[in-house]
Ligand binder design. Structure first.
Ligand SMILES: *[C@@H]1O[C@H](CO)[C@@H](O)[C@H](O)[C@H]1NC(C)=O
Ligand SMILES: *[C@@H]1O[C@H](CO)[C@@H](O)[C@H](O)[C@H]1NC(C)=O
Length: 508
């Protein structure tokens, strides 16, 4: 294996935050780097999550959302007490949501089914779509909508559509009909949504997070997480969510940002028009961490940390995977490193830039029994030597060309899309591309949408002097030695998917 040793200067370290330990010695927090403080806060301060989720109310996007395609959308959903909903999706021509194109209005009913077994902490929901309307905001978009929909659906009439007029493109309901002196029910069934790839399956998975201020028990923020949409637009209609999209904020507690105010006071005739944020040129150098416990498709939870070294060409990252929605029960972690290079500016997404990331070195550490069993279950030395995995012991999988169980291929080039946006707190957020929902690695795939943003740590990347000692229960103790610049691991969603699928198979 030494033969394959890379000329890497990267020192690999395991970053295992033991909450218990940190709580027992709160004074240590001061020693931590800004990155560690962010991670600590994510794990220590958790929201209340009720089952079934308290979803009644109006829920709004807090910024222009980019969906695979790319599509640019602002969502405004209202869920009523009587189990009906009205969902508005404002669609835009640009990635800043400054040029409204059309709106889709859907109405229907929802009911809670059960706690999700795919995504712990989520609730499965049944919904029935009853009516969908569409309305263009410009001559051009109204005409384009008519032409596209007319192509796949005969029942929309012969007259061209006008902007500012609502057209019904989906009906699935019973309506009363007068017959002489009697009224009976007539069933209407029409579906002209194919041409616009419309589906509202995101309603099949819901989670509400209620955040309270740390000291007082005052509710400060309510977020509704709905299911994710497939990265492949053609599969959107048949995909059942296995993770979440970026959350919607309760209209009651929408913060005071300009975007939130604009969205809150909009309506169908007055769509939100956002002001484009200043474009930040992409400066990747530095260290970036997850600002929240992130769900990934297939019910894995992850905290990411990426470092782009100041040499302008080397990156390293570490992904920590968890089995629970609070990111406390660690399942395994992956450290990766390699080089990166700028390719081109994105045409569709303002400020977006295409990068290629070479994944050259990968190390994996199992942190629970399931992960150990699963990784030892492989035959054929395709994830280090068969049967060599031990709890909390890191192994390099570069020499076995990755780890098939986890869907990791080394080396490989990941075509990526990145973007920087300012956040409300005056900082910078790094968005990296969302990999295919089905977890299959495609060499030519270039993302068109993003994962949740990473928060910039205000610290200079440095060689780590971190040392971790293990306790018998397998919890790594963070020694007071800081410089906890954990290394490495940019790993893609397809890795997570494959992993979770196999972990799940191992569990059942
Ligand atoms: C449900 O409640 C909403 C808001 O109160 C109302 O507009 C709607 O007509 C109700 N729908 C049904 C089927 O009762
Ligand atoms: C709508 O579709 C019909 C049938 O395919 C076609 O004859 C007609 O020209 C289309 N109308 C427009 C405005 O494209």
């Amino acid at each position: 294996m030494a033969r394959h040793a890379r000329r890497t200067t990267v020192v690999l370290a395991v970053f295992l935050t033991s909450i218990l330990e940190l709580l027992a010695a709160p004074g240590q927090q001061a020693d931590f780097t800004p990155c560690d403080t962010i991670v600590y806060n994510v794990q220590a301060h958790r929201p209340d999550v009720r089952m079934p989720p308290p979803v009644v109310g109006r829920w709004l996007s807090s910024r222009c959302e980019i969906r695979p395609g790319p599509e640019f959308v602002i969502r405004d959903y209202t869920l009523f007490k009587n189990s009906t909903f009205v969902a508005l999706q404002y669609m835009y021509a640009d990635s800043a949501c400054s040029a409204p194109s059309y709106v889709i209005i859907s109405k229907g009913e929802y009911s809670f089914a059960q706690a999700s077994w795919i995504v712990p902490g989520g609730t499965e929901v049944d919904y029935i779509l009853q009516q969908v309307f569409i309305m263009g905001y410009t001559d051009k978009s109204a005409e384009l909508l008519y032409r596209n929909i007319n192509r796949t659906c005969a029942g929309i009439g012969k007259t061209k559509w006008l902007p500012g007029h609502l057209y019904e493109i989906f009906t699935f309901m019973e309506v009363p009909r007068q017959r002489g002196n009697n009224v009976d029910l007539m069933f209407l069934d029409k579906d002209c949504t194919t041409a616009i790839n419309f589906a509202l399956h995101e309603l099949q998975l819901m989670r509400v997070e209620e955040w309270t201020s740390r000291d007082s028990k005052v509710l400060t923020r309510k977020e509704l997480f709905l299911g994710d949409v497939h990265t492949d637009m053609g599969l959107r209609k048949s995909y059942r969510p296995t993770g979440y999209q970026v959350s919607l904020r309760s209209a009651e507690d929408s913060d005071d940002s300009d975007a939130c105010r604009t969205i809150a006071k909009s309506d169908v005739m007055h769509p939100p028009v956002l002001v484009a944020a200043p474009v930040l040129s992409v400066q990747l150098e530095g260290t970036w961490v997850s600002g929240m416990c992130e769900t990934q498709p297939h019910g894995m939870f992850v905290m990411r940390r990426m470092t782009f070294v100041r040499d302008g060409s080397t990156w390293r990252a570490r992904y920590h995977f968890y089995a629970d929605a609070d990111c406390r029960r660690q399942s395994y972690s992956v450290a990766a490193a390699g080089s990166y290079a700028f390719r081109a500016a994105s045409r569709a997404i303002r400020g977006g830039e295409r990068y290629d990331l070479l994944v050259a070195d990968v190390k994996v550490t199992p942190h629970d029994a399931t992960a150990v069993v699963n990784m030892n279950g492989e035959v054929g030395d395709d994830c280090a030597t068969d049967g060599s995995w031990r709890l909390d012991v890191e192994q390099d999988v570069t020499s076995t060309r990755g780890c098939a169980t986890l869907g990791i291929a080394v080396p490989h080039v990941q075509a990526d899309l990145v973007r920087l946006l300012p956040d409300d707190a005056g900082g910078t957020r790094l968005y990296v591309g969302r990999q295919p929902s089905d977890g299959r690695f495609r060499p030519t795939y270039r993302p068109t949408s993003f994962q949740l943003p990473l928060v910039q740590c205000k610290e200079t990347p440095q060689t780590t002097r971190w040392s971790g000692k293990r306790t018998s229960d397998g919890v790594g103790s963070t020694s007071a030695d800081h410089g906890l610049v954990a290394i490495s691991a940019l790993l893609t969603c397809y890795v997570l998917l494959a992993t979770h699928a196999t972990l799940r198979a191992a569990l059942t």
